[in-house]
Design a protein. Structure first.
Length: 278
């Protein structure tokens, strides 16, 4: 069974997201934990959460993905910004304890002219402090395109972060197809080689989720501009190979393409038609 969904607005609560997911043929979804620019999250509504969990169980929704705000930067040279990232992620993880099936994804950060090595150290330090508190939610490092001074532009950089984190059992990786393609990994003509490299450096057992996005840019552009499925430089045939690959097919896939709900519904229908049920 293809586990697929898209990014949904959390403004009306969890039950509303669950109902929207079912309406468009999804059996999972992704959402921002708060405004993507950061700031204070809405108060958690226990009744809404309880109703959502019951609805999810009845409708086969599982492995939802909470996404941290894009603006968090644990690698910042500004201590205040690092503190803000820590406080936000700590609060998010405390709230996610109410959603036992969720994972938590974040962009590792940008070193902003400090150098990747220092950025990696700061991100690892951030995670070690975060994991001093016990959480049940797995935290995912997202593969990045390498735009500007982003950390996580290569599998090696993600491995360097993980190597410095004491609670490695708390960490996973989310592979973004647009990001890795823009980062120089040829998933169109060499998916097998890319996955072998991922396995050698990070271990496929650490791969927990896939952001399924086409790319407006060329291989190795380091730009990160998502395209609709089949309308970019990755293309539909490569997407078909990705969702059917034996190492990926059982993972949850999340669409972050430039769409509204009807567009996501069409993409989900298309991808289901390309998925080989075994």
């Amino acid at each position: 069974m293809l586990r697929i969904g898209c990014h949904l607005s959390s403004s009306k609560g969890y039950l509303a997201m669950g109902k929207e997911a079912v309406k468009i043929g999804a059996n999972t979804f992704q959402f921002f934990t708060r405004n993507p620019r950061g700031g204070k999250a809405k108060a958690l509504d226990p009744v809404d959460v309880e109703k959502y969990l019951a609805f999810a169980g009845e409708n086969g929704i599982a492995k939802i993905l909470a996404h941290a705000p894009y603006t968090l930067n644990p690698a910042s040279k500004d201590e205040g910004l690092r503190r803000f990232a820590f406080d936000t992620m700590q609060d998010d993880l405390r709230r996610l304890e109410h959603l036992p099936d969720a994972m938590y994804n974040f962009h590792p950060g940008s070193h902003v002219a400090q150098g990747a090595d220092l950025g990696i150290e700061l991100i690892a330090e951030h995670l070690n402090r975060l994991f001093e508190e016990e959480f049940s939610t797995t935290v995912l490092l997202e593969t990045m395109a390498g735009k500007g001074s982003e950390v996580g532009r290569s599998f090696e950089e993600l491995r360097s972060i993980i190597d410095r984190v004491e609670r490695k059992d708390r960490l996973g990786v989310c592979l973004d197809t647009c990001h890795v393609f823009d980062g120089g990994y040829d998933i169109v003509n060499g998916l097998d080689a890319v996955l072998n490299e991922f396995d050698r450096i990070l271990g496929l057992g650490r791969l927990r989720a896939v952001h399924l996005n086409d790319s407006l840019n060329s291989l190795g552009s380091h730009k990160d501009r998502h395209a609709k499925i089949g309308e970019g430089n990755i293309g539909l045939e490569a997407m078909k190979r990705i969702i059917n690959d034996s190492r990926l097919r059982k993972l949850p896939f999340y669409l972050e393409t430039p769409n509204e709900l009807p567009g996501y519904q069409k993409e989900i229908e298309l991808l289901r038609s390309l998925y080989d049920e075994i």
